[in-house]
Ligand binder design. Structure first.
Ligand SMILES: Cc1cc2nc3c(=O)[nH]c(=O)nc-3n(C[C@H](O)[C@H](O)[C@H](O)COP(=O)(O)O)c2cc1C
Length: 238
């Protein structure tokens, strides 16, 4: 079964970008695709040190670093598609997602060794969430960069919300995120010679069902991660 990797560039698993990413992945699963969500804030990723500048390219897969980036690059190499979801941090993606993009040079730079870019033909969708300006700029940046590495972009490939951590209650953004998942899945299925959607679907029953599922998960996660009352970790007085 073809696989889509969801890459979350937010420190909040169930914040705006995390919830919309889950909506997209569940919509792709409904079309029969396998999905996996990687939270970059749980990973140790060294920043790129620019080996690509060497004349004899040391910048190649699987990268010189033996950190969590190695496994993530391996998963990016084998998956058929990616959905990148990020909060907007100063008009761009978050720092960890930018670090991953730089580290993906090790996949793209295989062209310098006479191979195709390992990102070539991957199908990509994007989700960006902010509270102010910059959501479309950050999304356009991510789409351009992934395409510059060789990825394909389906129709309606960018979902965004200005509602910050409340993005799950932004109907348009949820519908768009569901369509990002459907259409990334659809293009993957078509490329493999099968049937798959390539048109936007306005389906409010699907929206309600997927939002309810993600909302339930979010509630459970929040119940397990309730902030402790201030001072609760202090020992009681003498
Ligand atoms: C360092 C930082 C920079 C931010 N810059 C922007 C920005 O340029 N534009 C914007 O719309 N929101 C900006 N925000 C707000 C976040 O995008 C917003 O809180 C969003 O909900 C975070 O996504 P998340 O809920 O998925 O973590 C910024 C937040 C932080 C912490």
């Amino acid at each position: 079964m073809p696989k889509i990797l969801g890459i979350l560039g937010s420190p909040h698993p169930y914040g705006g970008s995390g919830t919309l990413l889950r909506c997209a992945l569940y919509a792709a699963e409904e079309l029969g695709l396998e999905t996996e969500l990687i939270e970059l804030y749980r990973s140790k990723l060294e920043p790129c040190v620019g080996c690509v500048q060497d004349e004899e390219p040391t910048c190649k897969y699987p990268c010189i670093f033996e950190d969590d980036g190695r496994e993530i690059l391996q998963k990016l190499k084998t998956a058929e598609g990616y959905i990148l979801a990020s909060p907007v941090y100063w008009y761009g993606p978050s720092g960890p997602l930018k670090i991953l993009i730089d580290r993906m040079t090790a996949l793209e730079n295989m062209v310098a060794l006479g191979e195709p870019s390992y990102v070539e033909g991957k199908v990509v969708g994007i989700i960006t969430v902010g509270a102010d300006a910059g959501v479309t700029l950050a999304g356009a940046y991510l789409l351009s960069v992934l395409n510059a590495m060789g990825a394909m972009i389906p129709p309606w490939a960018h979902a965004y919300s200005h509602r910050g951590k409340e993005a799950l209650f932004d109907d348009r953004a949820v519908m768009d995120a569901i369509n990002v998942g459907r259409l990334v899945a659809g293009l993957i299925l078509r490329v493999r010679g099968g049937e798959g959607p390539l048109a936007y679907l306005e389906d409010f029953d699907l929206l309600k069902r997927i939002r309810a599922r993600v909302g339930e998960e979010k509630k459970k996660w929040e119940a397990q991660h309730e902030p402790k009352p201030a001072g609760s970790s202090r020992k009681s007085g003498p």
